[in-house]
Unconditional design. Structure first.
Lengths: 123, 172
């Protein structure tokens, strides 16, 4: 065991531990959730949730006008000029698989992604 | 040493390495990383490199992986073992040849273990066509640090004993 051996061992320790930390931070980026807004079955826009996103999306077309608010990782319908206002009352969605539908305007907001909640697997 | 004696010793060491790979495959490794191994045959490769040189070391490394394929019959594992053995032999010889004064066999063996893992992971990434396997590498390096130290210490003992044997043989 020479002096260089010890230097090598310390270097490898530092490299591997910092590498693991870097991989962990990097790997989290693969678990993104997306908000997909589709109108009349066509994908209108796709947003990556999280990362301090603060966006107000206005969709104005021949079916009607909707205002969608995306706050960080939560999506909700701010206002809609449809008759029943069901979409506004659908509340806030954030986990993959959740939906907001505005049927009169043919608008669907869906959260997709690989992020999974523990309870959906175990129960 | 005569040519025949060298051949016999290399054959014995190769079979020893084969036995070590078999024993190694029977030990359930206590770490979390799948595919991580103790690298016991690496100590034979390392001592052969030190005593007999690069060519013999490479021969032993290749032969023991092929023999292990014949014994265990696992072609997928052979691919990983083969690439790892090739890369680690080259790296260990390079370090021994050019930095032999700075590093003891422990350091060289750590280098070899890291090269072995690198070769394996690169092969796995090529076979599975998935570059994300590379994220295993830091964890593998951490494990190879400990196994490398252990293997290097064993190699020091092997080289010491073999040299003693050869001294006896030379005078007989």
């Amino acid at each position: 065991m020479t002096k260089y051996d010890k230097i090598l061992i310390i270097c490898v320790l530092i490299i591997s531990i910092s590498g693991m930390v870097a991989v962990n931070n990097y790997a989290l980026n693969f678990n993104n959730a997306y908000a997909e807004i589709s109108v009349n079955n066509d994908l209108h826009k796709k947003y990556t949730l999280g990362y301090g996103l603060d966006e107000t999306v206005v969709i104005d077309n021949e079916f009607g006008k909707n205002t969608i608010k995306i706050e960080n990782d939560v999506v909700y319908m701010l206002e809609s000029d449809c008759q029943d206002q069901i979409c506004v009352h659908m509340g806030r969605i954030s986990s993959p698989g959740e939906l907001i539908v505005c049927l009169p305007h043919r608008l669907i907001i869906m959260v997709t992604g690989e992020r999974q909640n523990v309870d959906t697997i175990s129960h | 040493m005569t040519r025949n004696r060298t051949l016999i010793f290399l054959a014995l060491l190769t079979s020893g390495a084969l036995v070590l790979s078999l024993i190694e495959s029977m030990i359930p490794f206590p770490f979390i990383v799948p595919g991580a191994k103790l690298g016991l045959p690496n100590m034979i490769t390392l001592s052969v490199i030190v005593i007999f040189g690069f060519k013999s070391g490479m021969t032993v490394a290749i032969l023991r992986t092929i023999l292990f394929l014949l014994v265990a019959g696992n072609v997928a594992a052979f691919l990983y073992a083969f690439s790892g053995a090739l890369l680690s032999t080259v790296v260990m010889y390079g370090v021994y040849r050019f930095f032999g004064k700075q590093f003891s066999l422990i350091g060289i063996s750590v280098f070899g273990a890291m090269a072995h893992n690198t070769g394996q992971v690169i092969t796995a990434a090529l076979v599975m066509e998935n570059i994300r396997i590379m994220s295993y590498l830091p964890l593998m390096y951490l494990v190879s640090l400990f196994t490398g130290c252990f293997v290097g210490y064993a190699a020091i003992l092997i080289v010491k004993n073999l040299n003693k044997q050869f001294e006896v043989l030379r005078w007989s």
